[in-house]
Structure formats: structure tokens, C-alpha cells
Design a protein around this ligand. Structure first.
Ligand SMILES: [Zn+2]
Length: 372
């Protein structure tokens, strides 16, 4: 099979409508056929998501152990109104369409870059991973990590997560912690005086927890100057489920969020909130999505800086599936064509020039890492 052109392949992928709520089986069939034709061994992993089949692919080409993996996803956010999201248009040096930048263009660049490698000269294989449901809980990547038999005892030693970074290597990003604090009252009509308002029960906690907002912006224990901004982005939303004013709220919930970071006291910050909730007799539950972090001098990061002719690796404030793959792969970088400013927008686009550059950079990375 001929190696596709990166622009044509990007447009072909954008033309599959794959918002996370629908099945991605059709685009996965297409990619499986393509990767098989290009000489990859392909594994298909799937699960049922409320009647929708969700498929993730793992593909490997080349002999030997370890090697370099490129990880992407085939789902997108919804198409939204006001444009034709799944009819890709090439115009003014850009490809316009939903997923062009996040991240079907980057995915196309990894496939073309890998397909062009001269495998006879390489000692280690190249892996392509394409996950389902990145925009919706990282379920596909989690399934790859848990269940891939193709990778099994032979995971790549190095990996690129190909999210759009404008081809600047990224060595760290924040995580996300959600703390859900719940007050339970007794709902009753206020004329009866038989109720207990959950809002009155949670209010003293809300007053006290508000005092943490300035602390989280100023206490050095909670700041990491490698990030812009250096703080947690501490936030709170409230929900009493639309209780009417003549009813005492049966339940009131405060959700608090912290963008956890390396080298700060995340556990201490979470404990400040959960201990406070306990003192007020409230129930709390904590859900943590880890941050991604390797040293700026990490082997993969430095290889990426050389391949992309970048002076310095950077951090970003958004999350990626690097947090899932870091449980298996120590040497990781986030590096992809396109700008995150375009992701999830109406009129999303990617620069054709960035796509061609990405193919070249990924090729140089393979020639470096897989030939050692
Ligand atoms: Zn993405």
C-alpha cells in the first residue's frame, strides 16, 4: 500500500464524525485497514459504551524490544452549530474541520512519519496507539494500558503523546482533583417547619473553605513556578438541585477542584478541604487525575528538543493521556502539530505547514530512538 499524503489522510479522518458520544468503529476500521496495509501488526480493543462500540487500536512495526510509541485518539468533541464540521476544507494553508487539530491531523502525521521509516536500519519497533474516548474520561487509553496483548511484556521505552503543542516539546502538565462535599437535609414544605435545609448545613463550610482561595494563590507550598499560572486554579461550584424557595433543600453539594502539580503539597491541600468538611459533619469524596511530569532533561524530552530544533521544553495547563501511559512508559513527551487554541472551537483548523513539519520531526525521532 502506498504511504498516504499527510494532508489527504487528515482530511479523510476529519470526514468521519466521531464525537465521543457515538461509536468510533468506522474510523477504527479505516485505520486498521490502513495500518495493516502499511505493514503494522494491529490489535483491536473495544468495549460497549451504552450501546455504542468504542474501539482503540494498537499497532506495531519493526523487530526488537522497546522502541518509540506515538499515542493519539480518534474521538473529538461535538461538531457544534454554525459550520460543516465533518466536511473538511483545505484553504489558505489550513485544513478546517472538527478534529483537524485535536487530534486527527497529529494522528495522521504520526502514521505518515512512522510509515516512512526505514525499518531495516532500526533495532527497535515503532508503535502507534489510537484511543477511544480521550475527550470523555481516557477510557480507551486505560483499556490499552490494562489489556493490550500486543504490547504485553514489550511496551515502548519512549513515547510521544501527539496532542497539539505547536511542535514545542512539553515535559509536564497539571492534573485534576475533584472533591465533592455533600450535605444531606430533610426536604419539606416550609409552611410545616418539618424540614432541615441542607443549604444551611453546608453554609458554614462554604464560608470557611472560601478562606482557602487566597491561601492557594500565595502560600509557596501550593505554588509551582514552572507553570503559568503557578497555582491550582482552585474553584467551587454549588448545586441544590433547583430547590424551590418554599422547600427546604434535601441535598446540597459543593464540588471543589484543584489542578494538582508536581513538587507541591497536593495531599496537604486536599486534606485541608476534607478535614474541614469532616469538622462540619459533611461527607466528602475525592477523585484524582494525576499530573504528567518528567524532568526537562529526560531522554525523550531532549530527543524531542533536538528533532524539533526547540531551545527549551515547556509546560502546559491542559491535561493529556500522558497521565495514563506514564504508568508504563518513563520517557514521554507531549509533542504535536497545531495549536491548542484551535481545539474544541467552531472553525477548528490546523496549519498544513505544521503537519509537514510534524512528519519530518517524528521521522527524526524514530531514526534517533529506534536505531540506538
Ligand atoms: Zn486531544
Amino acid at each position: 500500500m502506498d504511504i498516504p499524503d499527510v494532508v489527504t489522510l487528515t482530511k479523510d479522518l476529519v470526514a468521519f464524525p466521531t464525537p465521543s458520544r457515538v461509536s468510533n468503529a468506522a474510523i477504527s476500521d479505516y485505520l486498521q485497514h490502513l495500518l495493516t496495509g502499511l505493514g503494522f501488526d494491529v490489535e483491536r480493543l473495544s468495549y460497549d459504551d451504552q450501546g455504542q462500540e468504542k474501539v482503540s487500536l494498537v499497532a506495531r512495526k519493526g523487530a526488537g524490544l522497546g522502541g518509540l510509541g506515538f499515542f493519539s485518539h480518534s474521538d473529538t468533541v461535538p461538531g457544534d452549530q454554525g459550520w460543516n464540521p465533518f466536511t473538511p476544507v483545505e484553504e489558505g494553508g489550513r485544513i478546517i474541520g472538527r478534529g483537524s487539530c485535536d487530534m486527527k491531523g497529529p494522528l495522521a502525521a504520526t502514521i505518515v512519519g512512522a510509515a516512512r521509516a526505514s525499518f531495516t536500519a532500526l533495532k527497535h519497533p515503532v508503535v502507534i496507539g489510537v484511543a477511544a474516548d480521550e475527550e470523555n474520561g481516557y477510557f480507551g487509553a486505560s483499556q490499552i494500558v490494562r489489556e493490550s496483548r500486543l504490547l504485553g511484556g514489550n511496551w515502548p521505552t519512549h513515547a510521544v503523546v501527539a496532542e497539539p503543542t505547536e511542535l514545542v516539546p512539553v515535559y509536564a502538565h497539571k492534573g485534576g482533583t475533584t472533591i465533592t462535599v455533600t450535605a444531606t437535609g430533610v426536604a419539606a414544605h416550609t409552611s410545616t417547619e418539618l424540614g432541615t435545609s441542607a443549604n444551611f448545613l453546608i453554609a458554614p463550610f462554604l464560608a470557611e473553605v472560601s478562606g482557602l482561595a487566597p491561601v492557594f494563590k500565595s502560600d509557596p507550598r501550593f505554588l509551582n513556578r514552572q507553570f503559568t499560572p503557578p497555582s491550582f486554579g482552585f474553584n467551587m461550584v454549588l448545586n441544590d438541585f433547583g430547590t424551590k424557595l418554599n422547600v427546604s433543600a434535601g441535598k446540597s453539594v459543593a464540588e471543589l477542584s484543584i489542578r494538582n502539580m508536581p513538587d507541591v503539597d497536593n495531599e496537604g491541600a486536599i486534606a485541608l478541604i476534607t478535614d474541614m468538611a469532616a469538622r462540619h459533619g459533611l461527607h466528602s469524596a475525592v477523585h484524582i487525575v494525576d499530573y504528567f511530569h518528567v524532568a526537562p532533561g529526560n531522554d525523550m524530552v531532549q530527543a524531542a528538543c533536538r528533532a524539533a530544533a526547540a531551545l527549551e521544553p515547556q509546560t502546559v495547563p491542559y491535561g493529556t493521556e500522558a497521565v495514563i501511559y506514564q504508568t508504563r512508559i518513563r520517557n514521554q513527551v507531549v509533542l504535536g502539530p497545531g495549536s491548542i487554541k484551535q481545539a474544541h472551537t467552531v472553525g477548528e483548523w490546523i496549519s498544513v505547514d505544521q503537519l509537514h513539519q510534524a512528519v519530518a520531526i517524528y521521522g527524526r525521532l524514530i531514526a534517533d530512538i529506534c536505531a540506538r
